[in-house]
Design a protein around this ligand. Structure first.
Ligand code: BMA
Length: 863
């Protein structure tokens, strides 16, 4: 097989939209001057343009426009407004390449392009030869008949797709977010967030993404392969290998040999060989094998992420073609829906037979200009998820299917995926056969592509579309039928069953119960319960006990808003003065309904919001977000039926004040550390009860520990009462509760439990109503600073309880093993400060006691 990589330097120019592919010769003949664009007076006026620019393919069109100085980086200042004109042009990519006589002797020469966004005309040697309109499955065609020996020219003409007029019909009537620029996005199979969402500005673009190459071959090759884990028994595993092979020459059969090996730590543990008689086109092979003493793959914290390597090759007509080496895992995954004693049902994931609590967040695209994300960003984001104790990302349906490296990192880091198909908040036109055709091949392609990754835990049909039909529309405006059902309820389950049969499928997220977002059944988006539902009428972020009462088993979405670090705010202001509430500030995230939630909560729980300056706002909104996330996560983890807590949202596609815990520039927000603690694998959670407290003891690690848990009542000033201790056997992967009796004034202290030597941090019963109590003035100090390689080990302590103490250096991007933590009187806390030489200073965030008003308690939900 001969491969010709077409990535690299291409030439790019723009034309008006009505210059179609048939005018390619005319466009190619235009003078090669520098690319220029004129907008007249307004940046969004209809543009005139001339010339060519260089583009490093793969790329979208914004990247070369920025690199060539035509536009400024769109994600800073208010620049997103200045690039809407990109949708008004067609974009022409040109590439010349050499084809040898030898290549032309092969049976087929396929042009493979992994991602084309969006409407693509593919023109080879000035002959328009194909059209592609789905960014979610690749272009792959035999183009041999269009090629010649010597120099060939490939032209790809792209438009963003937004330019077209689609029917204004029942289907498109509710798919716009506040700041979306097209309410007909549902007609286009491309990342839906690029039209704008309630957390990002629209950034229309188009481009060629990921791999692009020609591949010439004769004979057969493996086009998909995977290893499924059928069952585990007594340390052994039954696994099954699947191969899909494609043979050239449709009218003849041929002998072939398929060989494959499974390696662990570089050593073969199984070798397979099959002699096959292949027909033209598709052929299939499989084999079931027992692996002795299989090394299992576990989610983060639950055990090792053991990975095997699957090597495979096919020899046919004298040619041997190697398959891409795949890292695969031995693990089973299922959703347990068993009945509980009260007649309701469980909803939890079981991996290798072990119940797993899914801790994590929703993953959205990494960049509004999503084709430019380097692998290193995926790695950092996944590793940061791991560092925060995540066991799951939910791949939100308004984004994209990510590149392979992302799934590799999730598999390496033990982060399970609840994976939406890319449909969100809209009705999709399943009345059009052409649309169903695209839905079908996308489902087929993506389920096959991702089937071998051990991180894949469930496929979900879409984001919130099932919920929308039952919950979002009052009778008179509800659509006449459930648009999209042919996709979510028929095409997708069949593709999953066919290509990834050991992975569960759910038609939507949320789902299960008499209606899709029933709070006590299945997977829930807890927004409704937290105040979005007009019927609820008050904000639960003001009444933290409501988190405990919420009967959800698994919340795969809920969110609280929080500011970013100051360096990020400075960075997107790009030298402009930072004005809180100014135009740039507002543009980056403070869309109406998001804002008031956090301001009110700061007022209610932490301090007088009106007295905060900009730095104060950044700090306290971060702390508030962190408190709410940890309150909710701990509430979910201490319920016997609690099984999942995924925040909306983990990451971001641009720098904005929003729901995330890590920002677009990959800087950890204040809330990151609250979530990290809430997600500890060894964890105590204390809740006060009448005459004492209940302690939840969670050990997700694979080791059984014996823990001496000390408990009692402690005053903020450190005096203890009613103390006791209990030595508990805490089995691997376990959850248990015990309670103890005690008395104490809960306005002056709290119940606590602690087993530091066994890896359980001290926990207390104090909820984040910090304005209700008067903390004594505490002296906080740095006890010692020691160097450990490139890191500093900083030990701090306080003489009285501190609800939030934090370390700070001149760089707010520095990583700490923990930060924004509680300090208990007499307990020393040692923090690792990574890659840092500057000694941090320790501060406390003062909580100003205040009167809470009745209005605070039952404030009308504004959304
Ligand atoms: C949801 C999501 C998104 C949305 C978010 C915040 O329900 O699925 O569509 O952006 O809430 O409003």
């Amino acid at each position: 097989m001969k491969k010709l990589n077409l990535a690299g330097e291409w030439r790019l120019r723009a034309e008006f939209l009505d210059v179609g592919p048939e005018r390619v010769a005319e466009v190619a003949a235009k003078p090669d001057g520098p690319f220029t664009v004129y907008h007249g007076k307004s940046p969004n006026a209809f543009p005139a343009k001339t010339g060519f620019m260089r583009a490093q393919v793969p790329c979208d069109v914004i990247t070369p426009l920025v690199e060539n100085g035509v536009i400024e980086e769109p994600l800073i200042k208010t620049n997103t407004k200045n690039c809407l004109w990109i949708r008004d042009l067609s974009w022409w990519f040109f590439k010349e390449f050499e084809v040898t006589e030898e290549m032309l002797q092969e049976d087929v020469i396929r042009l493979n392009i992994e991602m084309l966004d969006f409407k693509a005309d593919i023109i080879l040697n000035y002959r328009p030869m194909a059209r592609h309109t789905n960014a979610f499955c690749p272009f792959c065609e035999d183009v041999k008949r269009f090629l010649k020996p010597g120099t060939n020219t490939l032209v790809i003409r792209l438009t963003s797709g937004i330019e077209d007029q689609y029917p204004k019909d029942a289907i498109s009537f509710y798919c716009a977010s506040d700041n979306a620029i097209c309410d007909q996005r549902v007609y286009l199979r491309k990342p839906q967030f690029t039209y704008g969402w309630d957390w990002c500005q629209p950034v229309p673009t188009c481009g060629i993404g990921r791999a692009i190459y020609l591949e010439a071959f004769s004979g057969a090759k493996i086009i998909s392969s995977r290893m499924d884990t059928c069952f585990l028994q007594d340390g052994n595993a039954e696994v099954e290998f699947f191969f899909e092979l494609d043979k050239t020459n449709m009218t003849a059969s041929a002998e072939a040999v398929l060989e494959y090996e499974l390696l662990f730590d570089g050593k073969p543990v199984y070798q397979g060989r099959q002699e096959l008689l292949l027909v033209g086109g598709l052929n299939y092979a499989q084999e079931k094998v027992e692996l002795q003493q299989a090394k299992l793959w576990w989610p983060n914290g639950y055990g090792e992420q053991n990975l095997y390597e699957l090597h495979a090759r096919c020899t046919c007509m004298g040619n041997t073609v190697e398959d891409r080496v795949k890292k695969v895992g031995v693990r089973t995954v299922e959703i347990d829906h068993s009945k509980l004693s009260d007649g309701t049902r469980n909803f939890f994931f079981r991996v290798n037979g072990v119940r797993v609590f899914c801790k994590g967040g929703n993953w959205v695209p990494t960049d509004s200009v999503y084709l430019r994300t380097p692998d290193s960003t995926y790695r950092t984001l996944v590793e940061e998820g791991k560092a925060a104790g995540f066991t799951m990302f939910r791949m939100w349906g308004g984004g994209t299917y990510e590149p392979d490296c992302f799934y590799e990192y999730c598999s390496e880091c033990g982060i399970l995926l609840m994976h939406d198909f890319m449909y969100a908040c809209g009705f999709y036109p399943d009345t059009l056969n052409s649309f169903l055709f695209e839905a079908q091949r996308e489902a087929d392609y993506q389920t096959k592509r991702l089937a071998h990754y051990p991180c894949m835990a469930v496929w979900t049909g879409n984001n919130e579309i099932s919920e929308s039909i039952t919950d979002w529309f009052p009778e008179p405006i509800a659509p006449d039928r459930f648009y999209g059902e042919k996709i979510f309820n028929y095409i997708q389950p069949s593709a999953v069953h066919q290509n990834s049969p050991r992975i569960p499928y759910m038609p939507s997220s949320p789902y299960f119960g008499g209606k899709a977002n029933q709070v006590d059944d299945g997977d829930v988006h807890a927004w409704t319960y937290l105040g979005r539902d007009p019927k609820t009428k008050f904000k639960f972020s003001y009444e933290l006990e409501a988190f405990d009462r919420m009967p959800a088993r698994f919340s795969s979405e809920y969110g609280f808003f929080g500011a970013q670090m100051e360096s990020t705010v400075q960075r997107y202001h790009d030298g402009e003065e930072v004005v809180r509430g100014g135009e740039i500030w507002k543009h980056h995230g403070e869309f109406d309904r998001k804002r008031n939630g956090i301001d009110g909560a700061i007022n209610r729980h932490l301090t007088d919001f009106s007295k905060l300056d900009m730095q104060g706002y950044l700090l306290y909104s971060g702390i508030m977000q962190g408190c709410l996330y940890s309150e909710m996560s701990e509430a979910m983890r201490q319920k016997p039926y609690g099984a999942g807590d995924l925040i909306w949202m983990y990451n971001d596609c641009w720098p904005e004040t929003g729901w995330t815990v890590i920002d677009y520039y990959l800087t950890r927000k204040v809330s990151f550390y609250f979530l990290k603690r809430a997600f500890d694998t060894r964890k105590l959670i204390v809740r006060s009860r009448e005459g004492g407290a209940v302690v939840t003891v969670i050990n997700e690690t694979p080791e059984t520990v014996s823990a001496e848990i000390r408990y009692g009542y402690m005053k903020f000033t450190g005096e203890k009462a009613c103390t006791g201790s209990k030595t508990l056997q805490v089995p691997a992967h376990s959850w248990q509760q015990f309670d103890f009796d005690g008395e104490g004034d809960l306005r002056e202290g709290f119940f606590f439990a602690s087993a530091l030597e066994s890896g359980f941090e001290t926990a207390d019963s104090l909820r984040a109503y910090y304005r209700d109590v008067a903390f004594p003035k505490a002296q906080v100090k740095v006890d010692s600073v020691e160097k450990d390689g490139n890191d500093l080990m900083v030990t701090v302590s306080a003489d009285a309880y501190v609800p939030v103490a934090y370390l700070k250096t001149s760089d707010d991007r520095v990583h700490y093993s923990d930060n924004y933590f509680k300090l208990y009187p007499g307990e020393k806390k040692t923090v690792r400060v990574l890659n840092c030489t500057e000694e941090p200073v320790v501060y406390t965030a003062e909580m100003e006691p205040g009167e809470r008003s009745a209005a605070d308690e039952f404030q009308e939900a504004s959304f």
